[in-house]
Design a protein around this ligand. Structure first.
Ligand SMILES: Cc1ncc(COP(=O)(O)O)c(C=O)c1O
Length: 350
């Protein structure tokens, strides 16, 4: 019944301990769906390596463009006793306030009635599939996709429907025909619209509109996972799902500070229908009570000091340069033995 991660990746097991290893223990059925993440497992594997490694497994920001000294300095200014107690599950008021202020004149103003701070984008994805997916439900994923996202859907028992992509992102015509073949409509459509991980391609404006039309016809939730959208270094912005759908209840947007500030902070947010907010809070309470409070205070202070736009401008230059270096190296060493895409944004650790 389940698609396993071995259907999605060539070498899924390195460092991942699955239900089979737990032998005779009285595991719940859902343990079969806990396929783990090859990507995340690479962190422990690499910790043991002594030589210099350029890591392509993760969309991790380059360590030398991470403003850790600024974090250290401003932590000294903002930490007080309130930074080290339990925080509000929906997020620290100071961070929600700064997020609303920072985004007020941007393409995606954050509406606090529809927003909950999460422990990174991953928790946003987990909450989405937890709230919307029952075992056996169909969930559409791009092929290839970010396997931590598809793995999360699997952990709630989803049947994955993999839809091919091309240079304009998810092939929506194929989506329509594959859903017709499946004979049932998807509960959720998981998309990474900008500089998709791992393909680097961006879903075109026209296809976004078609996808919205299909989701509305089927009553499917669009899980819009966009960690890289602010890192465009070439071409023109494409209207985002929040811009195209407004407060449509079928839209669930996952955002994170991981790629634009630092992934170790584990701070992100989701925006969804206002009626879902209490359920999101209730589910999060069963997971972690609240997102790391000291780190929320650091992010809030970074925003308050007004440094994010400048930081993003620096990141875009860095990542464009790195992408070009990668393209040159691929052309020189691999030539036409490989096919490549030409991402117009994104982050890279190399
Ligand atoms: C597409 C996508 N979604 C979500 C995430 C996870 O983000 P976070 O580190 O904030 O949990 C990543 C990280 O690589 C990603 O590439």
């Amino acid at each position: 019944m389940f698609t396993t991660i071995s259907d999605l990746t060539p070498s899924p097991t390195a460092g991942v301990t699955g239900a089979a290893d737990a032998g005779l223990l009285p595991l719940a059925r859902r343990a079969d769906g806990l396929v783990g993440s090859v990507i995340d497992s690479s962190t422990s594997l690499l910790a043991g390596q002594k030589h210099d490694i350029v890591r392509f497994a993760m969309g991790a920001p380059a360590p030398d463009v991470t403003p850790w000294e600024t974090f250290r300095d401003l932590a000294g200014d903002v930490y007080d006793a309130s930074s080290f107690t339990y925080g509000a599950t929906e997020g620290e008021p100071v961070l929600l306030d700064q997020l609303a202020k920072y985004t007020a004149d941007k393409a995606e103003p954050v509406d606090l009635d529809r927003t909950v701070i999460t422990t990174g984008g991953m928790q946003g994805l987990d909450l989405a599939f937890k709230l919307f997916v029952d075992p056996g439900d169909l969930v559409v994923v791009e092929s290839p996709t970010y396997t931590n996202g598809s793995g999360t859907a699997l952990s709630y028992g989803a049947d994955l429907l993999e839809v091919p992509m091309d240079a304009d992102g998810l092939d929506v015509d194929r989506l329509e025909s594959l859903v017709a073949e499946a004979g049932r409509v998807p509960k959720a459509i998981y998309t990474i619209p900008n500089f998709q991980n791992p393909s680097g391609v961006t879903l075109s404006h026209e296809r976004r509109l078609r996808l919205i039309e299909l989701a509305r016809r089927w009553g499917s939730i669009i899980v819009d996972d966009d960690p890289y959208g602010l890192l465009r270094f070439a071409g023109e912005d494409v209207p985002s799902f929040p811009q195209l759908m407004g407060d449509d209840p079928l839209l669930y947007s996952v955002r994170t500070f991981s790629k634009i500030l630092a992934p170790g902070l584990r701070v992100g947010w989701v925006t969804a229908d206002a009626r879902l907010r209490q359920l999101l809070i209730n589910s999060k309470q069963a997971m972690d009570t609240c997102t790391n409070v000291p780190n929320q205070h650091v992010v809030a202070e970074f925003l308050r000091r007004g440094g994010l736009d400048e930081h993003l401008a620096g990141l875009r230059v860095q990542y464009r340069t790195r992408k070009e270096a990668m393209q040159e190296a691929i052309a020189e060493h691999l030539g036409d033995r490989v096919r490549t895409t030409d991402p117009e944004g994104g982050s890279s650790s190399g």
